[in-house]
Design a protein around this ligand. Sequence first.
Ligand SMILES: [Fe+2]
Length: 188
Amino acid sequence: MLIVKIVFTCLLIGLGSAVLQSRSRQIFSCDDVLNKQIALEFNASQTYLSLSVKESWKEELGHAEKLIDYGVMRGAKVEVPALMKPDHSKWGEMSVCEVLELSLELEKKVNEHLHEIVKCANESKDIQLGSMIEDEFIDEQYETNKFLAELLTKIERNTMQLLQNGTQVSICDGYGLTLVDKELLKSN
Ligand SMILES: [Fe+2]
């Protein structure tokens, strides 16, 4: 009798979970924006990897993983993104400021698209999705963008040089690199 009860309970739990998953699948309607965000996070990760920025590479990979787990949990049609190899032929010639500008542009795209997911969540009245993106991604993304923008401004100001014609230019030289190291150390 006990075995029958256990089997029956297991069947009920299994059935309940299947029904829950099937219902989740029905109400999740932001598959496309979720998949695009996963691709953007992977793309950011690849770019940081090619720039040898190890911490950011792993962080972006973690973001992609979190979104994949969430999509699977919600029954979304999660797709494996097709990734382009970053064009790193000019990395070696770039100044610190140019690398920071590139990172900032990358993060801005990621940030803009996070808001597309929130928009989709609002339109489809998916409160859970909207809250997850706002709580776990948007605040952190804002801090990242702010940090990069402030660091870029700081380096530009600290490496300013006066040219013979009287104009001031930022040279973003080796001193800039030392400053980046110190700031990154502080932020960790
Ligand atoms: Fe990210």
